[in-house]
Design a protein around this ligand. Structure first.
Ligand SMILES: *[C@@H]1O[C@H](CO)[C@@H](O)[C@H](O)[C@H]1NC(C)=O
Ligand SMILES: *[C@@H]1O[C@H](CO)[C@@H](O)[C@H](O)[C@H]1NC(C)=O
Ligand SMILES: *[C@@H]1O[C@H](CO)[C@@H](O)[C@H](O)[C@H]1NC(C)=O
Ligand SMILES: *[C@@H]1O[C@H](CO)[C@@H](O)[C@H](O)[C@H]1NC(C)=O
Ligand SMILES: *[C@@H]1O[C@H](CO)[C@@H](O)[C@H](O)[C@H]1NC(C)=O
Ligand SMILES: *[C@@H]1O[C@H](CO)[C@@H](O)[C@H](O)[C@H]1NC(C)=O
Length: 668
């Protein structure tokens, strides 16, 4: 008996891309959280799933975030006069060590949003050793510096400075603020891990620049921390970019911006501190239940014990309900880790009305994250293996960095006992197979099908060739293609199949994929490669064009059926009859031919994804096929037992039960 476990398959998620709300380009904008902010990010900078702008996340890094549109700083009527401007932002510096952080962050006005030539560390990603101090820099920066750098004559390791083309500040002051009413100066510690707010105001007429600091939630103090006369005419160029720059040196520090507003010729819009995203919980802030009991119990007098036990009981119950697995190695993935509690609330406790589908890997729920109101899809994957979990999470997190318009964005994860939760963007139009096969839905028009096909091809090319490492999807099929609100096709679930690799004995390779899409060499040697993806993509092309599943219930193998029509010279008869002839024959012929080309049994005969895209774009003609006489179907004899089932089969036991001599690709 062939050892094959079928898991019924229905999949899956609907996900959509967040629309970017582009603020008015009249030089006025406000972001309370950056989930929908139109920023140009580089270096380590990123927006966390909760909406924080994280400029750095490690040691020896730098990061920049600029408002994408340049702003007009010179008032044309007034010659050289620089417009008045006003900006405010909330920030927090969270460093690995409580007593040490480096180096800091800065608000910056610069002629370009590309500061990649600048150095990190004490140069804060603003300048470098050769251009520091030069008038040609045209850089104005307000630095929040947590390191005393003697070469720049820093006053201390906790100051705010005004920098003009030079990291040696024009003026600087120890961080703090003048209390309203009393005028008393109160110190603040920049690296205190507490959120604070900065205001920068420039009056173009009076040529005066003020910088003010206060703890987040405290009204803007009337008396600024720094005030200086400054003629910006020669410094700020006519059109300039505004944003943030940050750098770290020897120690790990997270430089976060929580919210930011800006206005030319007017006061910056007020930030409402209750709308800003929360700062992440630090590893050291987590206390285990026993630690808490050790602290709390001795303090309790006898009279309070009953009440206390009730509280503890409720706490334990709540704790158990939301219990997660945390391990030391997860600290580095901190920003990508969601709390179970948040996901629980987002999905209303994983109620069935939030269920989007049940797939090969688990159930998928729709949710809305508290605070950011971000629509998400949460996939619950049951997984008991501890082995390889670190590597798998590392991979998942690194895949979260994959950014392509045709890939469903992975936002993060959460781990519980025996279970992994993956958080994705929500895609509003659901999965492609529903549109193809659900008779209650309108027929998917040809131009949309063709558009989806091209999108998936370019997403797959990105995975195979354009990223820093080759990512093999392993499970390409219509039900893994999700459609956003504009019917763009996005590939979901990439890399997930690998979960089963990491958890198993490396000597028994498991074949993961879906019946009907598995290439012969994958069944034979169990090794996934870009070529096995191309094979599945070929089947996918046939599926989308013909509107038929790869393995129909009546045992018809789609590939054989199309091939047979091709051999008869009647390929267009296979096009989905639901289209009622409304399609572009040339395009359909191209796609079908390409489908056959991609799903050839010999891996070397298949094109790669770059070629596929060229064929689809029409920049290169599809080669004439020489394989018409090959018997494609022999490879299907095991597959057609499973119809559209999800498969995980143990290749070693599979090979022995079939017999080592059986060649699945070369005909019978
Ligand atoms: C940024 O500038 C550097 C040179 O300073 C250049 O190599 C790089 O391509 C630029 N990047 C972008 C995105 O323009
Ligand atoms: C310093 O930055 C400038 C651009 O501002 C760049 O042209 C130059 O190559 C950089 N120098 C070094 C040593 O990196
Ligand atoms: C505030 O900081 C300054 C400079 O570090 C220090 O001299 C002063 O003692 C501090 N004041 C308070 C109240 O902590
Ligand atoms: C700077 O602060 C001073 C003192 O509060 C105030 O009089 C002045 O108007 C401020 N200037 C700007 C540009 O905000
Ligand atoms: C500001 O600088 C510009 C350019 O150097 C100069 O033309 C102008 O007179 C200066 N304004 C004042 C008030 O000094
Ligand atoms: C700030 O936001 C909260 C919640 O959105 C709202 O209740 C409150 O009225 C806002 N405050 C101001 C001053 O707008």
């Amino acid at each position: 008996m062939v050892n094959v476990r079928f898991i019924p398959f229905l999949l899956l998620v609907a996900l959509h891309k967040i629309k970017l709300v582009s603020p008015a380009s009249d030089g006025r904008f406000a972001f309370e959280g950056f989930t929908s902010a139109n920023l140009k990010l580089d270096g380590a900078a990123m927006v966390t799933p909760t909406g924080l702008l994280a400029l750095t996340n490690d040691k020896h890094t730098k990061g920049h975030a600029f408002f994408r549109a340049p702003l007009l700083f010179h008032v044309p009527a007034n010659g050289m006069t620089v417009a008045s401007f006003s900006t405010t932002f909330a920030f927090a510096i969270i460093s690995e060590h409580t007593q040490l952080s480096d180096h800091g962050l800065a608000f910056v006005v610069a002629p370009s949003s590309n500061l990649s030539a600048a150095t990190g560390a004490q140069y804060m990603g603003l300048l470098n050793i050769s251009d520091n101090g030069k008038a040609s820099n045209h850089i104005l920066a307000i630095e929040l510096d947590t390191v005393l750098s003697p070469e720049f004559h820093d006053i201390d390791s906790n100051h705010i400075g005004i920098d003009v083309n030079n990291l040696q500040s024009v003026k600087s002051h120890t961080a703090g603020y003048y209390e309203e009413g009393t005028g008393k100066f109160l110190n603040l510690t920049l690296m205190s891990r507490k959120a604070m707010q900065v205001w920068v105001d420039y009056n173009g007429q009076a040529m005066e620049l003020n910088v003010t600091l206060a703890p987040l939630g405290v009204e803007k103090p009337t008396e600024p921390l720094l005030s200086t006369a400054l003629n910006l005419s020669k410094i700020v160029t006519g059109t300039s970019y505004v944003g943030f720059s940050s750098a770290t040196g020897l120690s790990i520090a997270y430089h976060y911006i929580l919210g930011w507003s800006f206005s030319l010729n007017g006061a910056a819009p007020v930030l409402n501190s209750s709308n800003l995203p929360a700062l992440p919980r630090l590893p050291h802030q987590k206390r285990s239940l026993t630690e808490i009991l050790v602290i709390v119990l001795p303090l309790a007098t006898a009279g309070f014990i009953v009440a206390l036990l009730t509280v503890v009981f409720m706490f334990v119950r709540r704790w158990l309900r939301h219990a997660e697995l945390h391990e030391d190695w997860e600290v580095e993935f901190g920003p990508h880790r969601y709390s179970y509690k948040d996901l629980f609330h987002a999905t209303e406790g994983f109620v069935s009305k939030q269920l989007l589908g049940i797939g090969g890997f688990g159930r998928v729920y729709k949710g809305i994250l508290p605070r950011s109101n971000l629509e998400i899809a949460v996939k619950r994957v049951s997984h008991d293996s501890k082995q390889g979990m670190k590597e798998f999470i590392a991979e998942i997190v690194s895949m979260g960095r994959l950014r392509h318009k045709n890939l469903v964005q992975l936002l993060g994860y959460c781990r519980r006992k025996g279970e992994l939760l993956l958080v994705y963007d929500y895609m509003s139009n659901g999965s492609l197979d529903k549109h193809l096969y659900d008779r209650n839905r309108p027929v998917l028009r040809w131009n949309i099908r063709f558009h989806i096909i091209k999108g998936i091809a370019s997403g797959l090319l990105y995975l195979h060739e354009d990223w820093e490492q080759v990512v093999v999807h392993r499970d390409i099929k219509a039900s893994n293609v999700l459609l956003d609100s504009e019917m763009n096709g996005c590939l979901g679930d990439f890399g997930l199949a690998k979960l089963y690799d990491h958890g198993t004995n490396p000597r028994t390779t498991r074949v993961v994929g879906t019946m009907g899409y598995l290439s012969p060499e994958l069944l034979r040697i169990g090794k996934a490669s870009p070529g096995t993806d191309v094979f599945a993509f070929g089947i996918f092309l046939l599926e989308v064009t013909c509107g038929r599943r790869p393995l129909e219930l009546d045992q018809v193998v789609l590939l054989d059926w199309v091939l047979e029509h091709w051999n008869r010279g009647a390929i267009l008869e296979t096009v989905d009859p639901r289209l009622c002839g409304e399609y572009i024959a040339e395009e359909a012929r191209l796609v079908l031919k390409l489908g056959l080309l991609c799903s050839q049994p010999m891996p070397n005969a298949r094109p790669n994804m770059r070629q596929v895209l060229q064929y689809l774009d029409g920049t290169v003609a599809v080669p004439e096929m020489t394989v018409t006489n090959l018997d494609y179907s022999s490879l299907m004899f095991v597959q057609n037992e499973g119809f559209d089932s999800y498969v995980m089969l143990d290749a070693s036991s599979f090979a022995t039960s079939i017999g080592p001599g059986s060649d699945l690709s070369g005909g019978r």
